[in-house]
Design a protein around this ligand. Structure first.
Ligand SMILES: *[C@@H]1O[C@H](CO)[C@@H](O)[C@H](O)[C@H]1NC(C)=O
Ligand SMILES: *[C@@H]1O[C@H](CO)[C@@H](O)[C@H](O)[C@H]1NC(C)=O
Ligand SMILES: *[C@@H]1O[C@H](CO)[C@@H](O)[C@H](O)[C@H]1NC(C)=O
Ligand SMILES: *[C@@H]1O[C@H](CO)[C@@H](O)[C@H](O)[C@H]1NC(C)=O
Ligand SMILES: *[C@@H]1O[C@H](CO)[C@@H](O)[C@H](O)[C@H]1NC(C)=O
Ligand SMILES: *[C@@H]1O[C@H](CO)[C@@H](O)[C@H](O)[C@H]1NC(C)=O
Ligand SMILES: *[C@@H]1O[C@H](CO)[C@@H](O)[C@H](O)[C@H]1NC(C)=O
Ligand SMILES: *[C@@H]1O[C@H](CO)[C@@H](O)[C@H](O)[C@H]1NC(C)=O
Ligand SMILES: *[C@@H]1O[C@H](CO)[C@@H](O)[C@H](O)[C@H]1NC(C)=O
Ligand SMILES: *[C@@H]1O[C@H](CO)[C@@H](O)[C@H](O)[C@H]1NC(C)=O
Length: 248
């Protein structure tokens, strides 16, 4: 609980930005464009996209996600920097899961409110991979930047302290990355339609999906990770729901 409060304070410091309005939801307006490109894919960031090799900087349909990680794994865990870009009148989302058919997926959702001129907003949700139900989760997310132009949604955010050490296995850095989209109806997030599943990737290695020759060997340890990870995810991604509205 105490740690939760400390993290809350840290996050609030990040969010108390110029133009804060309202009380329940921290919100602020920005005119800054969010630029998302392929620069660094395979070297400083791990990129996934559909259709293959599509250009997130272009105007075409392209659902693109990129993850980079801070180097220190211990003792404070890894910080993730995530970029997401896609086309939707509702939302696009990036999911992290140990196994897309069991356990849970953490969904990071970048959305537009079409009844309010395409206002950007951000949510985190948890998807039950068995029955696809979404439920709100409390996850620390910092430095959320987002923009909406027509159906093009772009956002960037950081997820601090994904703590791999507490799972006692390096395999807690093995995630499948999901990309997909869904509807927003009256501010309510609709079902997640997953259109890409990367399969298990070492998310600390930007090139882990570049050489696509041999799949990772199936060992008893990788089995263990899929059992451990959903649990770890619940414990580690902590205590705060942030809802941030940006006007592009
Ligand atoms: C995004 O790119 C545009 C055009 O290149 C540039 O004017 C703008 O400053 C960039 N924004 C950021 C945040 O880098
Ligand atoms: C991750 O991306 C952020 C923002 O672009 C950058 O400051 C940081 O250096 C990157 N980290 C790595 C390990 O490349
Ligand atoms: C993308 O669309 C904008 C605005 O419609 C236009 O100015 C720009 O030239 C287009 N870029 C490409 C690469 O087509
Ligand atoms: C870990 O977090 C603590 C408390 O936030 C901080 O004082 C310490 O410098 C961090 N250590 C590393 C290696 O980042
Ligand atoms: C995901 O879980 C299913 C059911 O337990 C299992 O058959 C499959 O091998 C797992 N996939 C991975 C990549 O661990
Ligand atoms: C919505 O967008 C239209 C056209 O860009 C603009 O005229 C109108 O003032 C906007 N309304 C709000 C509430 O921002
Ligand atoms: C996911 O849904 C299934 C079926 O409704 C349920 O048995 C299971 O407990 C749920 N898992 C979680 C983590 O909520
Ligand atoms: C990460 O896990 C280790 C081992 O359980 C623990 O000592 C450390 O405090 C954790 N760090 C954070 C930021 O929760
Ligand atoms: C899910 O997305 C695919 C590809 O964009 C689309 O063809 C399909 O109709 C969508 N399904 C639902 C239920 O929205
Ligand atoms: C993940 O990738 C990093 C960076 O390439 C590497 O140091 C680490 O050993 C890899 N871990 C696993 C479990 O493959």
């Amino acid at each position: 609980m105490e740690r939760g409060l400390i993290l809350l304070a840290a996050a609030l410091m990040v969010f108390v930005a110029p133009g804060v309005q309202g009380t329940a939801h921290l919100s602020f307006a920005t005119n800054r464009t969010v630029n998302i490109t392929r620069d660094g894919c395979g070297s400083t960031k791990l990129c996934v996209e559909t259709p293959a090799d599509c250009d997130p900087a272009g105007n075409g349909t392209c659902l693109f996600g990129a993850v980079n990680t801070s180097t220190p794994m211990a003792p404070n865990g890894t910080d993730l920097s995530i970029q997401l870009r896609g086309n939707s009148q509702g939302y696009v989302a990036l999911g992290l899961t140990a196994n897309a058919s069991v356990g849970i997926t953490m969904l990071f959702i970048c959305a537009q409110n079409s009844s309010n001129n395409g206002t950007f907003f951000f949510r985190t949700m948890q998807r039950n991979n068995t029955d696809s139900m979404l439920s709100p989760t409390e996850t620390i997310v910092r430095e959320i930047r987002g923009s909406v132009e027509g159906d093009m949604i772009r956002c960037e955010f950081d997820v601090p302290g994904v703590n791999a050490t507490s799972t006692r296995t390096s395999h807690a850095i093995t995630f499948s990355i999901l990309l997909g989209s869904g509807t927003v109806t009256g501010g309510v997030i609709g079902a997640f339609n997953s259109t890409l599943n990367s399969g298990p990737l070492n998310i600390t290695n930007p090139a882990s999906n570049v050489v696509n020759t041999t799949p990772a060997p199936t060992t008893t340890t990788s089995g263990a990770s899929s059992v451990l990870y959903p649990h770890a995810l619940l414990l580690l991604l902590s205590v705060l729901t942030l809802s941030v509205k940006l006007r592009a």
